[in-house]
Design a protein around this ligand. Structure first.
Ligand code: DOR
Ligand code: ZN
Length: 346
């Protein structure tokens, strides 16, 4: 008998769906296993206002395959000039689930992001008041800070002071990649949680750089050394309610990844649950996979878990995934952890 595991249908608390042909090409990959996802607003131009978010949500619904059971949870892209009352109205109407803070210039399409946290304090104060969560890309952009240190320095310079100034603001430190991030979340008593991506649980910076540069492992925050990856696995598999899945699945067409100046992003939507089952099984913590992928996220966001289930099956032979998803925009390479995967979902 093959080994099986049935869990509550998971959600993805950090996802890039893009737009147009790319959206149509990659949305089925997420909708297959996931019931909901927090949708990143870093389009060109970004999803800044409630009107933008409403139109984007419609485009996502229109791109869904027939019969798919998937709900996009919309976010607004915070800028220096975001209007607190627009944000509050979008929240009150049920349109948005969170607001996203990109430090200006930190990553893909973040040029319109926040240049100084002081400029957005009125919006953040409003959000704390109404209970609207803030998703944070936690890296400083100071050119003098080494790329591998940008998360740790962000905690010290921005996140810790923000938590101290606004303890009631519900914050999600997204795609935590360091033990510094894990420790900071564990030390903070209230209103701070962290998402962890699939790829950061599986690769370290050696995978990215040793034996030739692997552009499909390049993402931001960049993968760190092995001790950090181990801290992420420990946190994800620990059953601690403050850690949950946010894949940060971020498609770019191959010519933009395999390039002299390649884009950041790993596309993991297709095989995330298979990858996670592998990681949790290896850690001897398969019993904690449902917590991480299906239960802790909704609990933090104040939502009910999904009622449907998915079943993971472990096979004796490796499971095949497509190398690429061919979208109308071009091919997108599916994340390959570099070793065989044995779990499938149904
Ligand atoms: O690797 C990344 N890709 N990190 C981000 O923060 C943005 C994302 C994207 O949009 O491609
Ligand atoms: Zn992202």
């Amino acid at each position: 008998m093959p080994k099986t595991l049935t869990i509550t249908r998971p959600d993805d608390w950090h996802l890039h769906l893009r737009d147009g042909d790319m959206l149509r090409g990659i949305l089925p990959e997420t909708a297959r296993d996931f019931a909901r996802a927090i949708i990143m607003p870093n389009l060109i131009p970004p999803v800044i206002t409630a009107t933008d978010a409403m139109a984007y949500r419609d485009r996502i619904f229109n791109a869904l395959p027939k019969g798919a059971d998937f709900t996009p949870l919309m976010t607004l892209y915070l800028t220096d000039t975001t209007d607190p009352s627009d944000v509050a109205a979008a929240h009150a109407s049920g349109l948005i689930t969170a607001v996203k803070l990109y430090p200006a210039g930190a990553t893909t399409n973040s040029d319109s992001g926040v240049t100084d946290i002081a400029k957005v304090m009125p919006v953040l104060e409003k959000m704390a008041q109404i209970g609207l969560p803030l998703c944070v890309h936690g890296e400083v952009t100071d050119p003098s800070v080494d790329i591998f240190d940008r998360e740790a320095v962000f905690i010290e310079r921005v996140l810790a002071p923000l938590k101290a100034a606004l303890p009631d603001l519900k914050v999600i430190m997204e795609h935590v990649t360091t033990s510094d991030g894990i420790d900071f979340i564990k030390e903070t008593a209230h209103n701070l949680a962290g998402t962890i991506t699939t790829h950061h649980l599986m690769i370290n910076r050696n995978a990215l750089l040793v034996g030739g540069i692997k552009p499909h492992y390049y993402c931001l925050p960049i993968a760190k050394r092995e001790t950090h990856r181990q801290a992420l696995v420990q946190a994800a598999t620990s059953g601690d309610k403050r850690f949950f899945l946010g894949t940060d699945s971020a498609p770019h067409i191959d010519p933009l990844k395999e390039n002299g100046c390649g884009c950041a992003g790993c596309f993991t939507a297709t095989n995330t649950m298979s990858c996670l089952a592998h990681v949790f099984e290896n850690a001897g913590k398969l019993d904690k996979l449902e917590d991480f992928a299906s239960l802790h996220g909704p609990a933090y966001y104040g939502l009910e878990p999904n009622t449907a289930t998915i079943t993971l099956t472990k096979h004796n032979t490796a499971v095949e995934f497509p190398d690429k998803i061919n979208t109308g925009d071009g091919p997108v390479t599916v994340f390959d952890p570099g070793f065989p995967l044995y779990w499938s979902t149904s």
